[in-house]
Design a protein around this ligand. Sequence first.
Ligand code: ZN
Length: 282
Amino acid sequence: MDAVSRLWRGCAAVWSPARMWLSLVMGARFSTSLAHLGPPMTRDPGGRGVHWVFLGCPGVGKGTYASRLSQLLGVPHISTGDLVREELASSGPLAQQLAGIVNHGQLVSDEIIMSLLIKRLEHGATKAESGSILDGFPRTIRQAEILEGVTEIDLVINLKLREDALLAKCLGRRICSHCGGNYNVASVNIKGENGRPDFIMAPLLPPADCASKLVTRVDDTEEVVKERLQIYNEMSKPVEEFYRARGKLLEFDLPGGIPESWPKLLQALNLVDHDDKQSASA
Ligand SMILES: [Zn+2]
C-alpha cells in the first residue's frame, strides 16, 4: 500500500461511515426533485451532516451555491481550488512543489489534491466538524473511486447553465485592480420560448469607487472560455456517469441568476422548510 492509500485509509476513520439520510433511499431513482424524501435534517439522527459534491463547469457559480448551502446546513464548504491557493500562500511542505506546477500551467496531480483534502478533513475532525460539501472534487473517475472508498457520498449536484448565458457571464467578469473585488457586468435577459419564463441574470455591478478601476482577466476571452468549457465537458462526463450509475446524480438546470435559482435549488433539495426556519431564527 502506498503512502496515499494509507492516508486515505486513515481518513476513513475521520469521516464516519454512519448512515446518512439519503443513503436510506439511495435505491430509489430521482432525477430533478427530492421533494418526496422529507426534510433532510430530520433524517440525520447520527448527526453525520450531509456529504455532498458539487459538479459544474467553471463560471457556473457552484462555489456560490455550495457556500450558501454550507452556511444553511452548518457543514464545511471544501473547495479544492481554495485548498491549493491556501497551500500556495503558506509555507507548507507542498507549497514549493505546487508553485512549480502552477507556474508551468500544469494540472495539480490527484496525489497532491488528495493529500490537501486529507489534511483539511483531519483538521476538521479536530474541530468536530460533521459532513462536507465538496467543490472541485472529484474531477476524475480515479478521484471518485478513491473518495468512494473513504466515505459515502450522499448526493452529487450537477449544476448546469445554458451555454449562451454561461458565455456571457464568463465574458462579463471584471476585477477591481485596486481592491481585488469581483464583479460581473453582463446582464443576461433571454426571452422565454414556448411559454417558458424569461431567463434573467442580473449584473453584479461595482460600487462607484471600483467602477473606474475594473479590469478583465487575460484568460476571459471568448476563445479561451469556449475551450475551457469543452475541456470541462469532456473531463466531467465520466464522473457524471459514475454517479448517475449509482443513482446519486441530481441534475439541476439553473433557471437564472441567484434570486431565480436559489429558491428552486432549495426546492429540488427539499430544504425549503430548513431555509424558513433559519430565516425565522435569524
Ligand atoms: Zn475596488
